[in-house]
Design a protein around this ligand. Sequence first.
Ligand code: ATP
Ligand code: MG
Length: 274
Amino acid sequence: MKELIIKNLHVSVEDKEILKGVNLTIKPHETLALVGQNGHGKSTLLAAIMGNPKYKITEGSITLDGEDVLKMTVDERSKKGIFLGMQYPSEVPGVVNADFLKAAINARRDTPIKLFEFYRSLESASKKMNISMDMSQRFLNEGFSGGEKKRNEILQMLLLKPDLAMLDEIDSGLDVDALVSVSDAIKEMQETTQMSFIVISHYARLYHLIKPTHVAVMINGKIALEGGFEIIDKIDRQGYEWIKYELGIEISKEDKTMNQVSIGACATKEVLKK
Ligand SMILES: Nc1ncnc2c1ncn2[C@@H]1O[C@H](COP(=O)(O)OP(=O)(O)OP(=O)(O)O)[C@@H](O)[C@H]1O
Ligand SMILES: [Mg+2]
């Protein structure tokens, strides 16, 4: 049961201020959809929560059940139950996927997991994500396809069982069947645990599958608008311009690519109908 509270968070990268006063609260069992145009600071927020040293916190606070997250090292944040499924997972040659997963599990336990128990969990999670067991013997993410990397992030989430999972464009690069596997894994955790999620996506199709409890729109490094699912539907139909007009906000970035309907949305609907 963890509550994450972000207050007036300002974050700079390479002396440029990206986040300009973010306020957000994520309670246990909530799923927050974090949306916004390219380059407005969504991944920066997740990097700051996880503790990426490139991102300097210049003002504000992040607390997890009242504890100061900003004082914690990255591994402490992970042990406290925060997990980041990255937008661009790194390739780590020389580190075997299964060894990495086992080390990550053991870092959170007092006694090491028994080999048999580990392989049983790995097998079960791999089956859910449709990942062959051979992949666990390859180096972490090295040569993995885009979709395989994303499925491997969810595999990690299933094994680590975090309290707060932050999933950054977890649906990018996934084929239609993989999208269903990923969303099924998220749905199972939503239904059977008190876990909370922050889910970034540019596509309504993922949100239709996992049904966020609330939605936040990031514009120019601030949360400009919060509300329910109707925001996602409206953005999917109309893009972001209406927010600018309705709230009187000037959107500085010009990228309007999120406004486009993706072919995957239709294909997914066909799979779900079966
Ligand atoms: N390590 C970095 N070095 C330099 N600039 C950075 C770095 N990380 C982020 N930025 C800049 O900060 C801004 C916000 O980037 P961020 O990745 O948070 O956007 P985003 O909302 O996640 O966009 P997208 O939807 O395209 O993933 C961008 O202008 C980006 O170029
Ligand atoms: Mg991003």
